[in-house]
Design a binder for this molecule. Structure first.
Ligand SMILES: [Zn+2]
Length: 471
């Protein structure tokens, strides 16, 4: 077999955890960084002059929903920052088009009366479904309800009952609805390319319904070249049997809690124990204090292993931080929500709880392992915007939320530099490391003052340049 050609990046700036810099040449070949130092180009070797620009490991987004993100690219935005009020929403959903209309990112503030009747009155004469920004609720118009009912005619009665609501509000029904709504395959190639342009080379897909079918689909997407990133797939227990592949590994068992209908405690503890016995960590979605208390109690009963993690940790009173430390649990959080949703939190959540929202600095100070994920498409997919939010804690409206939780640009960058296998362990540009890289046009001293994707020059994933003028 022919050996993959190597690529040499000359005069790149490498930084350590504290941000101190040195300029080196870096060579990678296939999937591996093979040399770092003062290097001369080999015969026929492709050479890129970094001119002192920063070279870092490719960014890993530790909490994403890739298929939903791809689908969102074909959808109409129905909430901030694009849509703010009823009249803007009416304009957006009535733009010309045919077939199903899929809206995303809806938030009550935009239009408190949005339901089936409102959509029938104000929307277009085509099947319409609009997703709440939480990802848990779909709102349908009458044509959409009729289409789903017709498609559900062959289902078992108990399944038909799940989609027979007349108010058009469907909670937590993605799986059943997905099978009933005939839609085009989401444009993964486009989604993956956009993420490459943001410097993202690894994704932990945390969709709770991920199963073997999803796994096989991702294998084929990587094989066809549509999916450029490395993927860690978390999801159902059944994934535990999947063999590790070069670009795809099995992640945590994902548990999606809803504090209105918490699962039976013993069953939850058993699920954690069973996952641990298969060597798999458990990732639990905790956006409320009740969900977090319930989860910590379950981990106390089951015991925690390396790899167990809390997703979001949106609300965390200080006493619970201490419990996380005791149990050794890590947190994957979204500083971008401070920016994107902070104005609503400031208005709707009692001020006494503001200090508990999306903690970052205090977790680090207390020794809680922590990493970032954007939760795309429910959060803005740009990791640089998330880093900036972690350093500023400013809402879109310009207010400050949790100023004491700001972190330095160096710490913010680390949130996306952890490995896919263990998001709490930092990667560096070093010999033997995977050839996943981001080359920026400027040195860190410039980038740290302006954390933004426009500094990116090229992105390398698994040894291939996947984005940039040199790709
Ligand atoms: Zn999520």
């Amino acid at each position: 077999m022919l050996e993959a050609p190597s690529i040499l990046i000359k005069r790149a700036e490498l930084i350590d955890k504290m941000g101190s810099a040195r300029v080196k040449d870096v060579r990678f070949c296939g999937d591996t960084i093979t040399a770092v130092g003062e290097l001369s180009p080999a015969a026929n070797e492709r050479c890129v002059d970094a001119d002192g620009g920063l070279l870092i490991p490719g960014l890993n987004d530790h909490h994403v929903h890739l298929a939903s993100y791809a689908a969102s690219l074909q959808s109409v935005r129905c909430g901030p920052p694009d849509i703010h009020c009823e009249s803007e929403l009416i304009e957006a959903i009535n733009r010309p088009g045919s077939g199903w209309l899929r809206g995303t990112g809806f938030q009550e503030d935009v239009c408190p009366d949005l339901d089936r009747a409102w959509l029938d009155q104000n929307g277009p004469a085509r099947p319409v479904r609009i997703q709440h920004r939480s990802g848990r609720l779909w709102i349908f118009n009458t044509l959409a309800i009729e289409a789903v009912r017709a498609a559900a005619a062959d289902l078992a009665p108990h399944e038909q009952a799940r989609v027979s609501r007349t108010d058009g509000l469907y909670y937590d029904a993605d799986e059943i609805l997905g099978g009933l709504i005939q839609s085009e395959a989401p444009p993964i190639r486009q989604a993956s390319q956009r993420l490459a342009e943001l410097g993202v080379t690894g994704l932990n897909d945390m969709t709770p319904t991920n199963d073997i079918k999803a796994w096989d689909w991702f294998v084929s997407l990587q094989h066809s070249g549509d999916l450029l990133q490395r993927v860690r797939m978390s999801g159902r227990s059944e994934l535990s049997t999947q063999q590790k592949l070069p670009g795809l590994v099995c992640g945590e068992v994902k548990v999606h809690l809803h504090d209105t209908v918490l699962p039976e405690f013993e069953g939850f503890v058993d699920l954690i124990c069973n996952s641990h016995s298969l060597g798999r960590g458990v990732a639990v979605h905790c956006v409320t204090e009740v969900e977090l208390v319930f989860t910590l109690a379950a981990f106390r009963a089951a015991g925690a292993i390396k790899g167990d993690r809390i997703e979001h940790a949106s609300v965390m009173p200080f006493e619970l931080v201490e419990q996380l430390v005791e149990l050794g649990l890590g947190v994957v959080t979204q500083p971008n929500f401070v920016r994107e949703r902070g104005d609503v939190y400031l208005r709707d959540i009692p001020s006494g709880q503001h200090d508990s929202l999306y903690r970052v600095r205090s977790l680090g100070d207390q020794g809680v392992p922590m990493a970032f994920g954007t939760d795309l498409p429910f959060g803005d997919p740009d990791p640089w915007a998330a880093m900036r939010a972690a350093t500023e804690r400013r809402t879109l409206g310009g207010q400050c939320l949790g100023e004491q939780e700001t972190v330095s640009p160096e710490q913010a960058l680390l949130g996306f530099l952890g490995s896919l296998e263990n998001p709490f362990v930092e990667r560096t540009v070093t010999v033997g490391a995977e050839a996943d890289l981001c080359l920026l046009k400027a040195p860190w001293q410039t980038v740290r003052l302006d954390l933004a994707a426009h500094h990116l020059r090229l992105t390398v994933s698994r040894g291939k340049i996947i984005s940039g003028p040199d790709s």
